[in-house]
Design a protein around this ligand. Structure first.
Ligand SMILES: *Cc1c(COP(=O)(O)O)cnc(C)c1O
Length: 376
């Protein structure tokens, strides 16, 4: 059976965890491995970053820093993971869902303005599959209406928009290091803060509402409770698992891109025959091969294809149930305008196995089985 996902494991992963336990004797947050990861991201992204317990928590930090309050409205796509909405609903916001573009499955930037009201506080673009949203237009709208932009770049590490790393364009950005993502620490994330004026408060929120970070830097002689907050710092063991992946980040990215290119090349003929659709990468985007998806004709054909692949030892999956049609989505959100693409396109989408340990021959084999399905 070819799994849909296997968490990435690189050499040194275990050595670094052992170092955290045996050599450093430091298991709680913000020890040497967290510092190494933080340094790596700071240099890579040229922004202030804080390692977190998840992307969900990084988004929650973004929501607190944006001072989202009960009654505020936040605009996002409905085709996304629950956390995108949850982080803002927790602060009492109402979610306004906007339709996606058919080509990238990202929020349709042309439909955002009609969803803005005097209660709107923020736009949350989700860079689906590590392919960027049209950020220039989103940032222009945010400026015009004085809104925050919190980028859900959970899938976007190593991707860029017009040369800028995803997550560094809006006010705040969030990465995920969940085991299904390109780089992982089991559960974990990164909060990216792109405006210096929010950095101090971000540190406080992450440390249970205390000014402990300042204390450790020797800037104050004792720390205390100064603001709201939670516990958003990950254990050193998790950071130790992530660090060796960062050391070979380019190599990991290239390997994934190679697998992605194999799928694309092997399935191109099916697209030309009009049987399926392949992912679209706009030229303003450099992507990270977070996933490889295809679009079948409809829900029925997709189900048949999943079953066919399963019978051939291949696990393919789909996602997401659009949030506006989920129970909590109906309660906390509302779809603005017409749902032209969200439901229809989400029902056609199928994800093929994609992970660092997948072999090139396996990607070729999987592609051949997809072709075989359509030849029957
Ligand atoms: C994975 C993912 C998340 C959640 O990440 P966690 O680290 O598991 O909290 C949020 N948004 C999107 C788009 C994701 O793909």
């Amino acid at each position: 059976m070819i799994s849909f996902n296997e968490p990435i494991y690189v050499e040194k992963g275990l050595d670094y965890i052992t170092d955290a336990i045996v050599k450093n004797r430091r298991l709680n947050g913000d020890g040497p491995f967290t510092a190494m990861c933080t340094k790596w991201f700071t240099e890579k992204l040229n922004s202030k970053v804080l390692l977190t317990t998840s992307c969900t928590h990084a988004l929650e930090m973004g929501a607190i820093l944006s001072e989202i309050s009960p009654g505020d409205e936040v605009i996002m796509p409905s085709f996304t993971f629950v956390s995108t909405a949850d982080a803002f609903v927790l602060r009492g916001a109402k979610v306004k869902f906007v339709d996606i573009r058919k080509d990238t499955m990202n929020i349709d930037e042309a439909l955002i303005e009609q969803a803005i009201t005097e209660k709107t506080r923020a736009i949350v673009p989700v860079h689906y599959a590590g392919v960027s949203c049209e950020m220039d237009e989103i940032m222009a709208l945010a400026k015009k209406y004085n809104l925050y932009v919190i980028e859900d770049a959970a899938q976007g590490m190593m991707s860029t928009y017009k040369g800028k790393a995803l997550g560094t364009i809006g006010d705040f950005g969030a990465y995920s290091f969940h085991e299904t993502k390109n780089y992982t620490m089991g559960e974990g994330g990164l909060c990216i803060i792109n405006n210096e004026k929010y950095v101090e408060r971000a540190e406080i929120i992450r440390e249970k509402g205390t000014d402990r970070a300042k204390f450790f830097r020797g800037e104050i002689d004792k720390y205390s409770w100064v603001d709201v907050g939670s516990s958003y710092l990950p254990s050193e063991m998790n950071a130790a698992y992530l660090m060796p992946q960062l050391e070979i980040a380019e190599e990991i990215n290239n390997k994934r891109l190679k697998l992605w290119d194999i799928y694309y090349k092997e399935l191109k003929s099916l697209e030309e025959e009009g049987q399926i659709e392949l992912p679209f990468i706009p030229n303003y985007c450099e992507h990270n091969a977070h996933m490889f998806y295809i679009k079948a004709k409809d829900l029925e054909e997709r189900s048949a294809l999943i079953e066919y692949l399963m019978n051939n030892g291949i696990k393919a999956v789909f996602h997401y149930v659009p949030l506006h049609s989920a129970k909590a989505g109906e309660k906390y959100g509302e779809f603005v305008g017409e749902d032209k693409n969200t439901t229809k396109e989400s029902e056609r989408l199928l994800r093929l196995p994609m992970f660092y340990g997948l072999k090139e021959e396996q990607a070729e084999y999987i592609s051949s089985k997809v072709r075989e399905f359509y030849k029957r």
